[in-house]
Design a protein around this ligand. Structure first.
Ligand code: NCD
Length: 431
């Protein structure tokens, strides 16, 4: 089976490539990249005016299966992923049962294979039941296929426990992804602590609730030599701490999410529960610092923290609504605003949405080098449209960008050399 993508702007930061070229795919791998490839027997895709890049990779999603299938399933989550241009996602362990054992990891992998749309990389829990008390069987989880460990949603309070966990994880070559939040400092906060929380009369979560834990994590990474990846960076102070740690050579990597560089606490002004998220949306000063952090490499990558909830769960008071918003089908157009504003170049954006995620977590893809697995995203950079949450493939609708006019969209998603999504249609295959 051959696929020939003709005349697209091929952007592949993994090999410093940005030029109008053809891409030939054969037997599921990238065979050749050059100007004017001839292959009479190949299925052709005209990519003139389009961007052709390594398939996008999202290292932070919640697929809710097993246990919360009324919010999202592996099937609906992966459909949303390929519609958003993602060929691989890493799923968090806060399911029910928690992914703290081989059975759950194997189940996730089996379901993803049956769905056959995008690669699924499970993230195992650090602690049994996400309780922060007893280590999950890390070696067994690694053997079953997890690519990282995280108690995401729950911070790990016990610093001694995190130290041991990181030493153990290091032995198995796994990063620990940290949900950095001092919930004791956050108390019963439901949004950013500041002017807006005072105006609305809602309890706030101060920026330092995140920064205290980022600082602690950096110190433990330095002590152990283990790799900590800071999830969903939301404050200027966190960016500064991570920047300084990196200068010292400490093994810290970091992600932020589209909502942390495109929305401020203003988004919750009307008690919009779809903008309630953990960590909370912050201020314009934080957005500026996060953009600077993305630009200078302090923040390595963009992930979505796709956190689906049922519409009925969000249709309640701001205090009672669960935290989380979805992002798989909006991440690319919202992140493309960074290119439009001149914060990032196209190659820098692709690097943060594909190459870096693959490199940091040791995943397939993230490159179009010949011989690499043929996971490819084709983007129409000029397509303008209005975000309509009701048209999402995700089961959930908790999207704070609903109604936004955006530009740029994945039009074709290719997994292992086969088209799995094309112009609004899903085409399943078996990986
Ligand atoms: C996450 C979820 O819903 O699983 N929610 C969120 O607001 N990011 C968990 C979490 O990280 O708090």
């Amino acid at each position: 089976m051959k696929l020939l993508i003709k005349s697209g702007r091929v952007i592949d930061p993994s090999q410093n490539l940005d030029a109008i070229l053809d891409v030939l795919i054969e037997d599921g791998v990238i065979k050749d990249i050059q100007g004017n490839i001839e292959a009479a027997d190949a299925q052709k895709i005209d990519a003139q005016g389009k961007i052709v890049c390594p398939g996008l990779i999202d290292v932070h999603v919640h697929l809710r299966e097993p246990g919360f299938e009324y919010k999202e399933t592996i099937e609906t989550g992966l459909r949303a992923a390929v519609a958003g241009g993602f060929t691989a996602v890493c799923c968090m362990a806060n399911t029910n049962p928690v992914n703290d054992n081989q059975e759950v990891t194997r189940y996730l992998l089996k379901r993803a294979e049956e769905v056959g749309l995008a690669r699924l990389y499970p993230i195992g829990a650090v602690s049994k039941g996400l309780k922060g008390e007893e280590l999950a069987p890390i070696g067994e989880l690694k053997e079953a296929g997890v690519v990282a460990l995280s108690d995401d949603g729950q911070p790990i309070y016990d610093s001694g426990f995190l130290r041991r966990a990181l030493e153990y994880a290091k032995y198995f070559g796994l990063p620990i992804i940290s949900h950095a939040e001092d919930k004791k400092m956050a108390r019963d906060g439901v949004m950013n602590e500041g002017r807006m929380s005072t105006l609305l009369g809602l309890p706030g979560i101060p920026a330092v609730a995140e920064e205290i834990m980022v600082f602690r994590d950096i110190k433990i990474a330095a002590l152990t030599g283990g790799h900590i990846h800071i999830a969903h960076v939301s404050t200027a102070g966190s960016v500064e701490l991570i920047r300084e740690a990196k200068k010292k050579g400490i093994r810290i990597t970091a992600e932020t999410c589209p909502h942390y560089f495109s929305l401020t606490e203003e988004a919750v002004r009307d008690f919009n529960t779809n903008a309630k998220v953990s960590p909370p949306l912050r201020t314009d000063a934080d957005i500026q610092a996060i953009k600077q952090g993305l630009k200078d490499g302090t923040i390595d990558l963009i992930a979505t923290d796709h956190a689906p909830h049922h519409p009925l769960e969000k249709e309640t008071t701001f205090e009672d609504a669960p935290s989380g918003l979805i992002g798989l089908e909006t991440s690319l157009p919202i992140s493309l605003k960074l290119v439009e504003e001149g914060v990032l170049t196209w190659p820098e954006l692709i690097d943060k949405m594909s190459c870096k995620p693959a490199q940091i977590f040791g995943l397939k893809g993230g490159s179009l080098k010949p011989g690499t697995v043929a996971d490819v995203t084709i983007i129409d950079p000029e397509l303008t449209y209005q975000i309509d949450a009701n048209s999402f493939f995700s089961k959930a609708r908790n999207c704070p960008f609903n109604g936004w006019k955006v530009k740029g969209r994945a039009v074709i998603t290719i997994l292992g050399g086969e088209i799995v999504y094309q112009h609004g249609e899903i085409k399943p295959r078996t990986i």
